[in-house]
Design a binder for this molecule. Sequence first.
Ligand SMILES: [Zn+2]
Ligand SMILES: [Zn+2]
Length: 430
Amino acid sequence: MFGNDFEISRLAIPAVSILISFLAYTSQYFFLHFESVPLRKDEVWKINIFALCIWVCYLRSCYVDPGRLPASQKNANTSPEEKAQATRRQRWCRRCEAYKPPRAHHCKACQRCIPKMDHHCPWTSNCVSHFTFPHFFRFLFYAVVGMGYLETLIWERVSFVWGARNLPSYLGPSVGQLVHLFLLFVVNSVTVLALFILLVRTLYSILFNITTIESWEIERHETLVRRARVLGGYLDGPAGQRFRIKKQEFPYDVGIFSNMSQAMGGTSNIFSWFWPFTATPDRKSGWEFPVNDFEAPGVTWPPLDPDRIPFPAQTPSTTDSPMMKTYTSAREQVEAFKRRQSDDMNRRRPFSKVQRRKRFHDRFEKIDQNQSEDEGQPGPIYGDDSDDGEESWRNADGERLQDFGVDEDVEFYDEDDIPLGVLMEQRRQA
Ligand SMILES: [Zn+2]
Ligand SMILES: [Zn+2]
């Protein structure tokens, strides 16, 4: 559904516009000329009001800016004191070269980190994000309600034609009318069904405050927990590290009504959730989100995933190996972390040389056959479109991370070379 081919996606907005026009306007032309079942005045009004709502919400879904990290935020929360105090991991985007706020992801098409990115929608050529989600939801809502209404009008005519099928054909509609009616019926039924399914999925994500990408992360975490259960609670990271995997609760579900108002732009005014001209959410919002109390403070989302930690850089580091070093204070550790980070920034490793991790099942078979495990050595360097690594892991719907439009190289292998969270984890284990 979420293709990679962004050239084709340029045709998406014109194609959807043609579809809306075909259903909304040629249907009226048909109804007005199909005298056997006359069109009432209120029906004309309703069709056109629904069409107007669909146009407004669709165009806003396409053209409202999905958000960008303001310059003032780029280096926010980077002072060592603040970092030592906040034991939580700060995610770092290697493409934007900036801190990645919670729930943000780097979109391949938009070429930047998008706040609370849900997915990059090929049908609007835009990201569904903290800022565009309310427009996208209203578009789906009006499309389903409006096309559902149109379906009843079409069905009235279809059943009339079917009832009159035994009458002489010169009394019935012309061939052109029959073809037009058939096309309207098929196109409208298929589209309204597909959008209805999407609306139900979107409602689920509103009620539980889980974005499409986050539901993938939840499934991924459940898989890791299952794997760890088989392997004694631990999973291997790159370069021979081992990590304890614990079941973690999703933190952003803060109750149904709060979830709903957060998704719809932070307002509890239910009328404004459905009003097509409601303002886009405040541009100051979208960088921080309230969390529930299920996890201890400092536990971050997404959960620790040893497969998503890139291999340590192969170039000799100017500092001591972080694996061996012990720190006397958290502050010293943070300073060392910052130093390594700036070293890594200076090295600017080319992205085409992302070292992908072997698939878990390939590694697992090796352990099973008691063969020497070669994970201690960096694996081969694959090209950008490789399917050979663990990044090709798919959820139950068969979707991998890149299917949501994110830049997989910086999203799957998203951790810093030595993330703070991992340093803390190692300290706890030591
Ligand atoms: Zn980014
Ligand atoms: Zn995007």
